[in-house]
Ligand binder design. Structure first.
Ligand code: TXA
Ligand code: MG
Length: 355
């Protein structure tokens, strides 16, 4: 057990105050010396260590209780730094970096000798991302330029979208937590594999297939991302685990709003009679119709960004309230909705009921 220091840093654009700048430099030194610092990005909070130090990567896996065959994303703060860690930079990488970096996009490329296999989970490829969050970028610069960072949750829990969730999962397991309040996007970055032709999306996110195709031409989506979870092995090793899971049993209900409400209310009443604590997750438009012990709002159905931002937080709140049976509305599998449904469906262990 170590002592975890929490430092508040305003998420607003630089310049940072003198005190914030000092905290960021201290955080950078912790990472240079092999320690761990959790920090905000525009997607979710990350758990950072020196990507070029194999010991740091081992520590990250230990802090998360994560299997070490699950590779880490290397975060950089300047495009040119990518040359150090990949074998070559293909034209496609330059084009999508121009379009989407800094931002919520991760590229898979062939790794260079500098990246230890501990960081890539034994693979010859490396995941690289240049985040846009000013705190993340300053921290990476202060840390020597290469920060390996998975989401800062314990393995199996939803990714943290607020520093207080990082504290819940990581207190005593990391040296420092940089607290910049709530993140902007709320779902992890889009991962695109550029080592295959055509490029393939391994994890959907804010940068959609349509957006990538505008820059790259044809882009495929890993079949496991859109399947029901049976059969297909996802190509991103981390996608095979039952991530993002609330402790209660979650079921997604698909159908017309009236039938969905009827079904969820009936099930919840039956569950309650059996002694379960029940929860319903829905959107503002339909929330008034739901009857359960705990009813949580994800945001407005017409505003996918609000839904993405609150999804993980709502799943954690269901845990906090010790709900044992949860029902959720379903979302469209198009555009950014694909990322929302992908995470929700994994959280539900792919239990979807059509009514
Ligand atoms: O938004 C994000 O990407 C956040 C923030 C902190 O940047 N990070 C994040 O990291 O979500 P993590 O470790 O929770 O998820 C990384 C995913 C895993 O599914 C992993 O298997 C996949 O990326 N991955 C990493 N390197 C890979 C590689 N070389 N080939 C295929 N998949 C890879
Ligand atoms: Mg994760």
């Amino acid at each position: 057990m170590r002592k975890t220091i929490v430092e508040k840093i305003s998420p607003d654009e630089e310049p940072f105050s003198e005190i914030e700048e000092q905290a960021l430099r201290r955080a950078g030194n912790i990472i240079r010396e092999g320690g761990l610092v959790a920090f905000p990005t525009e997607t979710v909070y990350g758990l950072g260590g020196d990507a070029l130090n194999r010991e740091s990567s081992r520590r990250i896996y230990a802090a998360k209780d994560r299997p070490s065959d699950n590779p880490l994303i290397v975060h950089i703060c300047r495009f040119e730094d990518i040359r150090e860690i990949v074998r070559e930079v293909p034209e496609a990488a330059v084009r999508i970096a121009e379009a989407f970096w800094p931002g919520p996009l991760t590229m898979i490329l062939h790794k260079s000798e500098r990246v230890p296999r501990e960081t890539t989970g034994g693979l010859d490829t490396v995941a690289v991302r240049l985040p846009s969050h000013p705190v993340a970028r300053r921290l990476i610069a202060c840390s020597g330029g290469y920060v390996a960072a998975p989401s800062a949750n314990r393995s199996g829990r939803p990714s943290p979208t607020q520093a207080r969730y990082v504290v819940e999962d990581m207190d005593g397991r990391v040296d420092m937590i940089l607290d910049s309040g709530e993140v902007g996007i709320g779902l992890e970055s889009t991962i695109v594999d550029l080592t295959v032709t055509p490029p393939q999306i391994l994890r959907p996110g804010y940068v959609t297939r349509e957006m990538l195709e505008e820059v790259l031409g044809r882009v495929d989506v890993d079949a496991a991302v859109i399947s029901d979870g049976s059969g297909q092995t996802p190509r991103a090793p981390g996608m095979k685990y039952r991530h993002y899971a609330p402790r209660g049993e979650l079921v997604i209900v698909e159908g017309s709003p009236e039938r969905v409400a009827d079904y969820m209310n009936c099930q919840a009443a039956e569950d309650k009679a059996r002694g379960e604590k029940t929860g319903i997750i829905g959107t503002k438009e339909f929330l008034g119709q739901y009857r359960a012990d705990v009813v949580k709002c994800l945001g407005e159905r017409t505003d996918e960004e609000s839904i993405a931002r609150s999804l993980y937080s709502v799943l954690r709140q269901m845990d906090d309230e010790q709900v044992t049976k949860i029902y959720s509305e379903s979302f469209s599998g198009e555009g950014f909705g694909q990322a929302i449904m992908n995470r929700l469906s994994k959280a539900a262990g792919h239990r979807v009921v059509k009514v």
